[in-house]
Design a protein around this ligand. Sequence first.
Ligand code: CP
Length: 314
Amino acid sequence: MVWKYKDFLCIEGLTKEEIELIIETAISMKEILNRTIKKVPTLRGRTICTLFYEPSTRTRSSFELAAKYLSADTISISVSVSSVQKGESLLDTVKTLEAMGIDALIVRHNSSGVPYFLAKNLTCSVINAGDGMHEHPTQALLDVFTVFEKKKRLDNLKIAIIGDVMHSRVARSNIYAWKILGSEVKICGPSTLIPPGIEDLGVEINYDIDKVLEDADIIYILRLQLERQKKGLFPSLREYHFLFGITPERLKKAKPDVLVMHPGPMNRGVEISSEVADSIYSVINEQVRNGVVVRMALLYLLLGGGRIDETSYS
Ligand code: CP
């Protein structure tokens, strides 16, 4: 099976086989990342551009490292010091970058749908690095890959997604991914942070956090997105932590082989306590490392062509 799309815009609409192809490709990329010399010539001569209209540490730097490890050239546009500040439109900005010869544009924007708009208007590949409250598809891929490494399967798992589902593009991409893969998703959080109609995506809503934690294989903790919230969705951060924060006491109710995940950045002491974030159950740093791996896989599939030949990286 080969990747057949120019762009990578969302998890919704992918097939199980397409997700498995990315995960399979990422397994080969992990071997490269674990080498002392990480550079392979696969994307030599290709140019990748990151364009982020929102802050990022993990996504942007892991895409850049992924491209560099595959020998692609990279440019990174900082919107705050670009001609966007002089009033240049989004479309003129990306057309300008494409005219310089980029092969792929990796875009994060605070408006949902921007990557789709760009994909329609550009001939280069467009990758969604997070669009508004819609999707963050590469985050879901790295989460799926991390679970696969630990649990050796992707179906029949119980995933508990806890917290600010309302504002979370990560939650939406994870829900799509786990449903496509045949796992069960429960969501839990303050009712003001659970979007109406979310059950239409095939998830169960349960407000009893202790019950949800009891039978979960994966506890996926969401960041409380204060920057996207209107005031008054919950009384205080202290109360949020008391009612929905994942603490060592709460974790005692979970299965002994549970995995604790968080997309980052974390609000320690709010949605997750430091003890849990740094505990043996936490795979948060592995998620970050696997972010490089799945992004290498995706760049390879979009720009390198074809299924991985095991000998082609040496
Ligand atoms: N998880 C995530 O998207 O992190 P960044 O905002 O640091 O990229």
